[in-house]
Design a protein around this ligand. Sequence first.
Ligand SMILES: O=C(O)CCC(=O)C(=O)O
Ligand SMILES: [Fe+2]
Length: 354
Amino acid sequence: MAAAGAGAAARRFFRCNCFCSENLFLPRYRLHVRYLEEQQLRRDYGLVLKSRGCVSPEDFEQVLAELEKEVQRRKQLVQQASQRKATIAQCYLPVQPQVYGLQEQFMVSEFRSVVQYCETLDANLPGLLKRIETLSDEKRIYRLPVFTLDFCRMLLKELEHFEKSDMPKGRPNTMNNHGILLYELGLDEPLVTPLREQYLQPLTALLYPDCGGGQLDSHRAFVVKYTMDEDRDLSYHYDNAEVTLNISLNKNFSEGSLYFGDFREVSSSEVQYLEVPHVLGRGVLHRGGQLHGALSLESGERWNLIIWMRASSVRNQLCPMCGKPPELVEDEGYGDGFTREEGEPSTMNICTLT
Ligand SMILES: O=C(O)CCC(=O)C(=O)O
Ligand SMILES: [Fe+2]
């Protein structure tokens, strides 16, 4: 198992074992399920599946087959991801090598001055809120300019080039089928880690101190891509993150706005949705537990950079995906952001999973 990043050489990150049983997505029925075995699935989801069109025994068999396939895929994921990363590091030739190292000029001066403000001794939340756009006070969703248009263009060029290459590619997450994992491309350490540590954390520490915004120590970063004949929209979900940043990288598309509902544990009878259109170069900050989705694209192609930021001090207590204390499983890189605290029992090895 690898330790994550040069700066975090001493730290090891893990995932929670629930990854292989919780939050399995059934795209056809637009449903996330917990899957242990057939009877449990019938008991827990029989009715809702039926109401969404899974009516015949064949339909149910198909669901079972899809779930088994997804469980197997998840079990093999760690090894495959590290193999892909190694192949890419060895064989892939970037077209925009300058994006493989964060430079100050990639970010607009407005963003840099907001960060500078957050780093002053007397910085506070009201002062920060005067400097960024509040999209919803109640939902704690904010927007601010992050990247220059030049940088967006450069990064996009690199991503498109990689996408067209014959390199092996992983999926960003269980719901997005198209896009790129920045870890595999080798962009985590030189680009995303310094962005999170030096620029984003000062902001999130003031915006989300109660969600670990001041103790971020890892992330999962990926680019999502929507086109008219691949993924067009994204179902309602919450992220496996304490805080998420979503930056729009291009503008030659229409529709596809984000929408936000309640926070994960809050279930109100009448959800007030907030629709948020994309603005090139701007980032939307929200808590990972804020339920959200993306509306259907109506033309063109949409690319967004998503950074799921994690605080092990928060998630080590309760895994956000299963709501229980995490059962640690070894992983690559930043894993799912869990760490082992002193004196904790040792972890399961991925190979021993059945
Ligand atoms: O489509 C988007 O921009 C949002 C993606 C998202 O919410 C996610 O991947 O977690
Ligand atoms: Fe999301």
